[in-house]
Design a protein around this ligand. Sequence first.
Ligand SMILES: CC(C)(COP(=O)(O)OP(=O)(O)OC[C@H]1O[C@@H](n2cnc3c(N)ncnc32)[C@H](O)[C@@H]1OP(=O)(O)O)[C@@H](O)C(=O)NCCC(=O)NCCS
Length: 173
Amino acid sequence: MAGSLPSADLKVTILEEPSPKDYLQIGELAELSFIRFGHYREFITALVRERGVVTVIIREPVRQDDIVGFLLLGFIPVAGSYIADIMAIALEEAYQGRGLGKQLMDWAMEAVERVSRSKEVRELRLTVAHDNKPAVSLFRRYGFAFDRTTDLGNYPSGVPASSMKVYYYEDEE
Ligand SMILES: CC(C)(COP(=O)(O)OP(=O)(O)OC[C@H]1O[C@@H](n2cnc3c(N)ncnc32)[C@H](O)[C@@H]1OP(=O)(O)O)[C@@H](O)C(=O)NCCC(=O)NCCS
């Protein structure tokens, strides 16, 4: 069973030159993970192909390098600065609750921190369902708070979508 596999072998890596199998697996994992919100297979696969979006993954070495988790991070240029956006994060169900979500988030927070040393990053944002407890408590750990000034409406399924953000401030001159 997945629970008995050593977590030490499960590492976050940047997805470079994805294979057709990688796209299929990410699409499938997105479809299953986000089905409560709508059909996300094509949408997430298209984002992975997009320039300016970095995809990090966790592979399962015992299972032919299958992808069991991913996170997509984008940087959106806005009036001379950037908004960083965690566009998606998901782990296969059997791999949840083992600290892998934290590993993906650690990577994203460090990446944003690195970029913010040379570019102005205004904020880091993401979209979540308010009642998605595992996700909301994970994001809170990293300093995210609900942004009630942004009305994102609903996911395609009708579930309300909420915005969570971390704000970055310019150093004092
Ligand atoms: C959200 C998700 C990525 C979390 O990943 P994970 O690997 O299970 O999380 P971790 O094991 O790293 O746990 C990290 C923290 O998340 C929170 N968390 C994880 N599972 C939780 C649960 N079932 N209930 C409450 N909090 C939970 C806790 O704060 C936890 O820290 P702790 O263990 O010190 O208490 C994962 O549950 C998932 O893929 N869900 C389905 C897809 C999804 O909803 N994605 C988010 C859409 S915005």
